[in-house]
Design a protein around this ligand. Sequence first.
Ligand SMILES: [Zn+2]
Length: 74
Amino acid sequence: MARGLERLLAVGICGLCTTTLWAHPGHGETDPTSPLHAAEPIHLLPVAALAVVACAVFLLVRKLVVKRSSARQR
Ligand SMILES: [Zn+2]
């Protein structure tokens, strides 16, 4: 379980790194070298999607842990 969680975190961190390392011209209205370019929707949407998935996984893992610990106490 913990090993799977570590892998999931590694994948999430890699996903965040790749979206921040995209350096390319050709879209949006801001200068690609400007820090504000990271606020373009094409860059924010993957981060938002990743945050939603991370929250869902966190809640699911927490629910499983609570369920297991309450089953052990019986
Ligand atoms: Zn861009």
